[in-house]
Structures are given as C-alpha cells and as structure tokens.
Write a protein that binds this ligand. Structure first.
Ligand SMILES: [Zn+2]
Length: 191
C-alpha cells in the first residue's frame, strides 16, 4: 500500500499530468491533461498503484473486476491480482456492452468496475447495467484518476482527483483569453 504522498511522487516522476490548454476527447476543455499510460506502462508501478486502490475493496471480497478492453485494462488486471478476483472484459456488441465471449458474471457475484480515467460518467453506468443484466452486484468503482462530477449509487475509489475541471468550451477561461492549445506530451517516457 502506498501513501498519498508516495502515489503523488510516482505520478509526478512519470509526468502523468501536464499543465496547459487541452481539449479532452475532442469536447471538454481543461487546464490539465492526464496521461495514465505513462505510469501504467511500467508494470511495477501498475502493480503497486492497483494494490493501493484495491485496499478499499479487499474486505468486500469481490469476485470479479469488470473493465473495458482499453488502457484501463492494465490497471484492472493488477487490481484483479490484488483482490484475487477474476478480470472480466466488457465487449461492445450491436446492442451495447456485453461480457466478453468465454467469460461470465454469475448471479450474486460482487463486481468492481475499473478504468484508468473516469471522465464520461455514462461508461461506468453502462458497465453497471451489464452487471445488473447478469444478476450480479456492483461493489463499487475503482479508477486511477477521477475527473467525474456525477454522484454514483456506489463508492468510487480513486488515487487522485485533478484540481482542473473539465469544462464546456463556452465556459473555458483559457479560450476566452485566447490561449492556444498545448502540444500533448508523448506517451513514452525515455528512461
Ligand atoms: Zn479552452
């Protein structure tokens, strides 16, 4: 388990955040970009960060960690390892999200939702609907970086909440001041 200051030291060292003027997902603007892959690409950090994140869920003994097959899956694998739970992937089908072929969520199983960054609240709600459709239960959500503003019906555990909010472009002070967009940092950090 890492302390808050140890987590911050790792994220700072791996330059996970960048100050400037950014459009996230091509929509909302922010003064702080996040690059979770810069730290998750290092397995030793992914392991220790996920073990820290899992501390809040260990006593709840979840059966499975449910994740999207994207960059958040690196965190989800390590979270599943820390919780001694299965890693289950959601797969987008023609009718929405479903459990990946060859995997299953059983009725009454306790499931932790996991992603690297929480920005679009609807995605976790889609995962929660998938859990409910299987008859299983959402124990909570686990994310490395929480940028959400919605309140969920279960606990969201995160390692860090950035100070800079995500804003509609019409509300962006940086746009109003005429600040140009900042060039994004490269994902790979040279050793
Ligand atoms: Zn802006």
């Amino acid at each position: 388990m890492l302390t808050k200051s140890q987590v911050k030291a790792i994220l700072d060292k791996m330059e996970v955040f960048q100050d400037g003027h950014f459009a996230v997902d091509g929509e909302r603007h922010t003064a702080q970009a996040a690059y979770p892959m810069r730290v998750l690409q290092q397995p030793e950090y992914a392991t220790s960060l996920a073990a820290t994140l899992g501390g809040a869920f260990r006593s709840l003994r979840p059966h499975a960690v449910l994740a999207f097959p994207g960059t958040g899956s690196l965190l989800a694998l390590e979270l599943a390892r820390a919780l001694r739970a299965r890693l289950v992937f959601a797969k987008r089908g023609p009718d929405g999200w479903r459990v990946s072929p060859g995997q299953a969520l059983q009725a009454d199983e306790r499931v932790v939702l996991c992603d690297d960054v929480l920005t679009d609240e609807t995605e976790f709600l889609e995962l929660a609907n998938l859990v409910a459709a299987c008859g299983a239960q959402v124990t909570g959500g686990a994310v490395m970086i929480d940028r959400s503003t919605l309140t969920f019906p279960w606990t969201i555990e995160s390692l860090v909440r950035p100070d800079a909010p995500l804003l509609d472009p019409a509300e962006c002070e940086l746009c109003k001041s005429g600040a140009p967009f900042t060039a994004a940092r490269a994902t790979v950090l040279s050793q």
